[in-house]
Design a protein around this ligand. Sequence first.
Ligand SMILES: [Zn+2]
Length: 110
Amino acid sequence: MAGLNIHRNDTVEVITGADAGKRGRVLRVFPDKDRVLVEHVRIVKKTVSSKSGKNTKGGIAEQESPLHVSNVAIVCPSCSKPRRIGFKIEGDTKTRICRKCGNALPVKAK
Ligand SMILES: [Zn+2]
């Protein structure tokens, strides 16, 4: 297992499913599940109960749910399109590059 090439704060586009074509920022990555949580994508409505105190109103809350990495593609910041991503290895540094334009993608924020 090579690990995910998608990192937090990447912009991805959904390529399959009901949300196809939607873009968002990656909020969280779940490497063990091959899933990512993408901002404004695959919103599920959750019913919130008002059990906890008088001031909390019950209602509907919206929340993203994780989707499988095979359903999204990284959007290249240079091409502004979802692209296949390759790697360039120089010494100890592995850089993600866009296979189309060859530009490097943002380095993983630590
Ligand atoms: Zn590109």
